[in-house]
Design a protein around this ligand. Structure first.
Ligand SMILES: Nc1ncnc2c1ncn2[C@@H]1O[C@H](COP(=O)(O)OP(=O)(O)OP(=O)(O)O)[C@@H](O)[C@H]1O
Ligand SMILES: [Mg+2]
Length: 278
């Protein structure tokens, strides 16, 4: 049975041990027993129930779940934009009490400031800090190069394609050198080809910058292609159903998506998702 197969796959603790990190390694991101209840017009909605999720330093973890299962809500709570009803979020062992520079956030829709140029958008967070001008310039220049948009430094968001805008949003988050990059369906609005380019781009960036990443998606293929581990959520109430270690190298080989092994992992996740939709 699919479920049995999935639960036989390594757990977080096994994963940490297998990678030589041991169970003593403090997760970069640690979500413990977290629940979120929304109350409106006398009614309660359990958006998240008993969520346990860990992301270890330098890991790339994906989280997949059906629409309305609470993915964005979970990310908002991790980001400190919403308070949990119970449970807690820790970053490097410290309880999260609000938003902070240790977590870089990329939202479900484009959120660039239209009145600022590409370079100014990237520099936005740095301008709120006491950083020497020369360092700001150097950091913005580095990330412009990383996202391949040096020539567009002075362009405005309205002059960019969707993929370019999302690359700027990623640079804007990374320029603050967060401990963890949180992404909410970052490529959801892109066409299939651009989406694939962006997947390769984010893998390369991850490799080059050693950033720890948690990326949310409802696209199973993306979850398997990008994630070293993948969590699967179910709905009503929003909860973690299972998680698995993805047994493929993250070397950006798009052809891996066509192999029987890759398709088998996709099939398992798809079944898990379908079961969680009820
Ligand atoms: N501020 C809020 N007040 C009340 N209910 C909310 C609020 N935010 C989200 N919800 C509800 O919580 C549930 C989870 O919503 P959420 O946006 O987190 O889902 P999602 O998994 O991100 O969905 P999608 O894949 O469509 O983006 C939904 O039933 C939604 O209506
Ligand atoms: Mg969402």
């Amino acid at each position: 049975m699919t479920r049995a197969k999935l639960s036989n796959l390594p757990t977080n603790a096994d994963t940490a041990a297998a990678d030589g990190r041991g169970s003593s390694v403090v997760p970069r991101l640690d979500v413990r027993n977290l629940s979120k209840v929304f109350k409106s017009q006398g009614k309660s909605l359990v958006a998240l129930k008993d969520i346990d999720l860990q992301v270890f330093p330098r890991e790339f973890v994906t989280l997949v779940g059906p629409s309305g299962c609470g993915k964005s809500t979970l990310l908002s709570v991790i980001a400190g934009l919403e308070a949990p009803t119970s449970g807690e979020v820790r970053v490097d062992g410290e309880v999260v009490l609000g938003p902070g520079r240790d977590r870089g956030l990329i939202f479900q829709s484009y959120t660039l400031y239209p009145w600022l140029s590409v370079a100014e958008n990237i520099a936005f967070g740095l301008n709120l800090r006491d950083i020497p001008k020369s360092e700001k310039k150097q950091r913005v220049g580095y990330y412009l190069e990383q996202i391949g948009l040096t020539k567009f430094a002075n362009a405005y968001p309205s002059q960019l394609s969707g993929g370019m805008k999302q690359r700027v949003a990623i640079a804007r988050a990374l320029v603050n050198e967060p401990e963890i990059l949180l992404m909410d369906e970052p490529f959801g609005a892109l066409d299939a080809q651009t989406k694939e380019q962006m997947q390769l781009f984010i893998l390369k960036l991850w490799e080059d910058t050693h950033t720890t990443i948690l990326s949310i998606t409802h696209d199973i293929e993306e979850a398997v292609f990008l994630g070293e581990r993948t969590y699967v959520m179910g709905v009503n109430p929003g909860r973690i159903r299972s998680h698995l270690r993805v047994p493929f190298a993250k070397d950006g080989d798009l052809d891996i998506k066509l192999t029987p092994e890759f398709i088998e992992v996709k099939r398992q996740l798809l079944h898990e998702l379908r079961e969680g939709q009820n």
